[in-house]
Design a protein around this ligand. Structure first.
Ligand code: T1G
Length: 698
């Protein structure tokens, strides 16, 4: 018998148990084990019914993603599943935790299904660039109808057990806490009532008399919403086959479509994105068992947009949060803004009124630093000014208890200089949240020169506890994400000076897959933000803080972007749709003329290559300087902080697919043409290109 799947009999019930930590992924061992255990159950004369269940925290959570891209090892999952479907004995599946992907597909091939009320069931394959390739596109429509099946398959999101029951995906919900007991209860009922095997493959009532326009409707929606993606369209093709073809032909069609998805570069990208989010939590040189400090209470300084969002992150995770501001009206405004955010979520059904109140109760406003004396973690989110921050940290050094972690949310300033304002630099760390902090998943944890290891381990663990993707970075201007963003912005501006329009530059980036281009993003963040940071840097004599004439001119006109319904684009009242503004095009033309710049036609390819290659070059410099430890850290930062298209895997994963020799050659060309330190080819990038290696080889 397999070491990961066991068989035993309980009364007249043959129990098959999968036990393959951590999530019972259906790898080759589990597939072999399932096959052997099923054979044992069918051969067991004392077993009149079979029960499939799993040990540990969850039912099978899908095929073993680690096997993807490698030669498949028999038995393949569809064959194992077909044996369950064809079983001469009725089979019950008992589900707990998350039955996902291939795991749910095994359950769909069982004849009856029970789930614990806390369980979730889903087919997330589309999020990996795939489709349910083990009969899911054929059996799910037979259980719940093609429309609801497509809704589940195209969203990739799991449904609760209660919803699964309503849909007809399962037969009953059990309020116990043991899947085994729930399964035995249903099995005993099946025996008592004489239930016969009910193969899903033979069920046809839900796939007859289907609206002939159903699939055209889904295709029309995808043509708008997912035109650059591959697998969602194949999902529609597969479910359409379930309705149009006999089961065996439908399964064959599904298999063809599955392999077409498997071969797509989008599958490779999405799988890389999936693992990147988990990989970055493991810090080279910081053992997983590094002790962590006990953080139960949090304080946030600054009740502005960032401070309020950060306070929400912790309140959402159940932490009591003190929110401090030195001005009473600013504090009140901040608390009201938090309440408005929660109430907006409640209006969308994402929160109950009780949850709104319980989270608001966790947030305690204060005007006094003395109230922070017992906080385990203090996060400063004050104005982006070094003197202000140093004064705050000197005060925290005075009032906070020994061992409290003192974090700054600075997005550009030197964490070491801030730490030097205290007598405890080992307790100081950067926690750079991204706006809106209660929404964006990325958290750059910034390691100061003297930050203690247990502080690093603590803030990385806290990222997970508050539902963020925490990435550890070093100290430099802009850390990793914004430093790379600065390159994309600089190149976007240069391309506009040379003749492109903001709307053309933005279109190229959105067609690449970014949610917004540089100029629409500037309007969203507010032109005044960059304008004021440049002013600060100009006052400090920073030679690099060059005035951006036409953009600063817009700020001086009070055109700050979306917040003023006009910036680089125009916005109808209440709308976020960016409308190109001829007045801005004229301002840009005048600015070019004033500076003696003769505009030229700039191709889309040049815009894409210059923006993306400038980012890759800066990322290589960041790796060379040790500001980011691994390419996967850069990928995760841009995936979760800036909307880098997940189907492309991440900035450096994509660069490897383009080929580093191609990129290095182009950058050398740009340097020859434009000069500038930013176009000096990173030594690391040059070395990798010359050696025929990729970032993946680091
Ligand atoms: N295969 C391999 N490893 C997996 C895995 C999987 N399917 N799912 C999780 N892991 C690892 C993960 O990398 C991590 O490893 C550990 O388990 C804990 O995961 C044929 C083709 C199940 C909801 O897409 O959504 O079936 O870092 O940190 O937060 O049609 O994992 O500890 O070394 O995420 O509690 C479809 C993906 C596959 C499910 C648990 N299934 N997994 O979340 O833990 S394609 C999925 C998840 C498929 C069929 C098709 C989540 C989770 P390590 P974790 P978690």
């Amino acid at each position: 018998m397999s070491s990961v799947v066991s068989y035993r009999r309980v009364g007249r019930v043959g129990v098959i148990t999968v036990d393959y930590p951590p999530v019972n992924a259906v790898g080759v061992g589990v597939r072999n084990g399932l096959r052997s255990a099923l054979d044992a159950g069918l051969a067991d004369a004392g077993a009149d019914i079979l029960l499939l269940t799993a040990a540990g925290r969850t039912f099978m959570a899908g095929a073993d993603i680690k096997e993807f891209g490698k030669p498949s090892q028999p038995p393949i999952l569809p064959e194992v599943i077909a044996a369950f479907d064809a079983s001469a004995k009725p089979i019950v599946a008992a589900i707990h935790g998350t039955a996902l992907g291939g795991g749910l597909e095994v359950a769909l091939a069982c004849h009856f299904r029970v789930a614990l009320r806390s369980a979730k069931l889903g087919l997330p394959e589309v999020k990996l660039g795939l489709l349910p390739g083990a009969g899911g596109t054929q059996r799910l429509p037979r259980l719940i109808g093609p429309a609801k099946a497509l809704d589940m398959i195209l969203s990739g999101d799991p449904v609760t057990a209660a919803t699964a029951l309503e849909l007809g995906l399962i037969d009953t919900v059990d309020d116990g806490d043991s899947a085994l007991d729930a399964g035995l209860r249903l099995a005993e009922r099946a025996l008592a009532e004489g239930w016969a095997p009910r193969p899903t493959s033979a069920r046809t009532d839900k796939i007859t008399n289907i609206d002939p326009d159903l699939f055209a409707g889904y295709r029309a929606t995808l043509a708008k919403r997912a035109r650059h993606l591959f697998s969602p369209h194949r999902c529609v093709d597969a479910v359409e086959a379930a309705v149009a073809l006999p089961f065996a032909d439908g399964v064959a069609r599904e298999r063809e479509l599955f392999f077409a998805c498997m071969e797509s570069p989008q599958r490779a990208g999405l799988i890389h994105s999936f693992f990147a989010e988990r990989e970055v939590a493991k810090i080279p040189g910081l053992p997983a068992d590094t002790p962590k400090r006990d953080v139960r209470s949090v304080a946030v300084i600054g009740a502005g947009t960032m401070g309020g969002g950060i306070a929400m992150c912790f309140a959402n995770a159940g932490f009591p949060v003190q929110l401090l501001d030195t001005a009473a009206e600013a504090l009140e405004r901040g608390v009201q803004a938090i309440r408005r955010n929660y109430e907006a979520s409640a209006k969308k059904g994402k929160l109950t009124d009780a949850q709104v109140e319980s989270r608001m109760a966790l947030i305690r406003p204060t005007l006094s630093y003395d109230d922070l004396a017992d906080a385990d973690l203090v996060i400063e989110a004050a104005f982006e000014n070094m003197e202000i921050k140093r004064r705050i940290f000197a005060e925290l050094d005075r009032v906070c208890k020994p061992g409290a972690i003192l974090a700054t949310n600075t997005s550009t300033l030197d964490v070491n200089a801030i730490a030097a304002a205290t007598c405890r630099p080992q307790d100081v760390v950067g926690m750079h949240f991204f706006s809106p902090a209660n929404v964006m998943r990325l958290l750059e944890n910034v390691r100061g020169a003297q930050t203690a290891d247990d502080v690093l381990a603590t803030v990385m663990d806290l990222a997970r506890r508050i539902g963020k993707v925490g990435v550890l970075v070093g100290v430099c201007y802009g850390f990793v994400g914004n430093r790379i963003l600065h390159q994309r912005g600089r190149e976007s501006m240069a391309l506009v000076e040379e003749g492109a329009s903001p709307q053309q530059a933005d279109r190229v980036l959105t067609e690449f897959g970014f949610p917004l281009g540089h100029f629409a993003m500037t309007d969203l963040a507010g032109i005044d933000v960059g304008w004021r940071i440049r002013e600060e840097r100009r006052k400090s004599g920073d030679p690099d803080a060059q005035a951006v004439n036409w953009l600063d001119a817009l700020a001086e006109q009070g055109r700050y972007g979306q917040k003023t319904s006009a910036g680089i684009y125009r916005y109808e009242p209440g709308s976020r749709v960016a409308i190109p503004d001829p007045a801005v095009d004229a301002l840009i033309s005048a600015d070019r003329a004033k500076r003696g710049l003769v505009p030229r036609d700039v191709s889309d390819d040049e815009i894409r290559d210059r923006c993306l290659y400038a980012m890759v070059n800066e990322a290589a410099k960041i790796l060379d300087e040790g500001i980011a430890a691994r390419p996967v850290d850069v990928d995760a930062i841009w995936l979760h902080g800036y909307g880098f298209p997940a189907h492309r895997g991440g900035l450096l994963f994509w660069a490897d697919q383009v080929g580093l020799p191609v990129i290095a050659k182009a950058i050398d060309g740009y340097h020859a043409r434009f000069g500038g330190s930013h176009w000096e080819l990173s030594p690391l990038l040059r070395r990798l290109a010359q050696e025929g290696r990729g970032f993946r080889d680091l």
